[in-house]
Design a protein around this ligand. Structure first.
Ligand SMILES: *Cc1c(COP(=O)(O)O)cnc(C)c1O
Length: 382
């Protein structure tokens, strides 16, 4: 099955008791047994729920995996991956990533003796030298957040495989439509389904997709033993969002391309970060591992004060000032004070995340209207 067919059909069967074409919301906590142990495969809803199971089958298909495990949020999914490790182990993570990922690794797992190091992974050949005997997990986010650098997934997975190290790719920014890390050698794909997969800014959800049955079993065990499961209503909303994933991401990428080109020519804009530019340092890798170049665009201003950025941020009318990304509506954000506020300023500046950096999540509106909105907001900047 091709992607556009999978989003509609993979894992989805009409309800056997009624023929309902849409997967019902099984709003139940338990299931009746005919005799002790004589049940239909469902015992208790933390462990199994049919709405969740349908979603897990669908997600596994979208990432060309064997199995998926769904969670109450993207960070709950990350938490389950971290629980595969033991104290004394080390995570080697990309140094430009979601602020909450950094916060969980450092402030929650740090105090349990799990070390995390954050390094530049844009040159894969330099990563091998950073791997130590305690390194058990490599954590990739690509495109990175918010600088939109690209990490070569296949090259890093090859380095990790030689050394028996697990690789988890946070694929939230790309979505399964643009990039499938399991095909490139990754062991685990993580999504904050809150973003493109759900796509309508109406639900918080996370998932892991794997291709190895034993790893899937360990993660299902952690999911059941620690309990961060999503409710059936949320699973239904994610399933509903997925049906248009390919259409939404396609349009959002086209819009982002038009906006990135527009910003590049604007006299008040000093830098535009978008992997679709031929001059982007990792453009060739992006072309190889992504179907399109994504709908996230970051840019900086010549007058690079936070005050000047704030001027732009509070002047857009279509781009709403908000955290998050990946919805049908366009959002504008200020990483330094919003999504990345939990990362120390020195760490931020090292990757180019200045006080004036602005991040766009481009939605599926009309591109001309979006450009017009940015033009007016930039008029307000000095
Ligand atoms: C939002 C986000 C997360 C966290 O997901 P939640 O659903 O908010 O818990 C993780 N990684 C990336 C790249 C994100 O954008």
């Amino acid at each position: 099955m091709k992607f556009a067919t999978k989003v509609i059909h993979a894992g989805i069967e009409p309800d056997p008791s009624t023929g309902a074409i849409m997967t019902p919301i099984f709003q139940t906590s338990t299931y009746v047994q005919a005799a002790p142990g004589d049940h239909k495969g469902f015992e208790y809803a933390r462990t199994q729920n049919p709405t969740r199971s349908a979603l897990e089958k669908n997600l596994a298909a979208l990432e060309n995996g064997l199995d998926a495990i769904c969670f109450a949020s993207g960070l709950a999914a990350q938490d389950a991956v971290m629980k595969l490790l033991s104290s004394g182990d080390e995570v080697l993570a990309v140094n430009d990533l979601y602020g909450g990922t950094y916060r969980q690794m450092v402030r929650v797992y740090g105090q349990w003796g799990l070390k995390s190091r954050f390094i530049d992974m844009t040159d894969a050949s330099k990563v091998a030298a950073q791997i130590g005997p305690a390194t058990k997990l490599i954590w990739i986010e690509t495109p990175t957040n918010p600088m939109l650098s690209i990490v070569d997934i296949a090259a890093l997975c090859a380095i990790a495989r030689e050394r028996g190290i697990m690789v988890c790719v946070d694929n939230t920014f790309a979505s399964p439509y643009l990039q499938n890390p399991l095909d490139l050698g990754a062991d685990i794909v993580l999504h904050s389904a809150t973003k493109y997969i759900g796509g309508h800014s109406d639900v918080v959800h996370g998932c892991l997709i794997v291709k190895d049955a034993e790893l899937a079993q360990r993660l299902h065990f952690i999911q059941n033993a620690t309990g961060a499961v999503p409710g059936p209503q949320d699973c239904f909303l994610i399933l509903r969002g997925i049906k248009t994933l390919h259409l939404r991401v396609q349009r959002a990428c086209e819009n982002a391309s038009a906006i990135a080109q527009y910003l590049l020519t604007h006299p008040k804009v000093s830098k535009v970060y978008w992997p679709g530019f031929a001059q982007h340092p990792n453009h060739e890798v992006a072309k190889r591992q992504m179907r399109m170049f994504g709908a996230m665009v970051s840019f900086d201003l010549h007058n690079n004060t936070e005050e000047n950025a704030r001027q732009v941020l509070s002047s857009t009318r279509l781009f709403s000032l908000a955290e998050s990304l990946g919805g049908v509506e366009s959002l504008i954000g200020h990483p330094a004070s919003m999504t990345h506020a939990s990362i120390p300023r020195e760490e931020r500046l090292k990757v180019g995340l200045t006080d004036s950096l602005i991040r766009l999540s481009v939605g599926v509106e009309d591109a001309d209207d979006l450009i017009d909105d940015l033009e007016k907001a930039l008029d307000a900047a000095s």
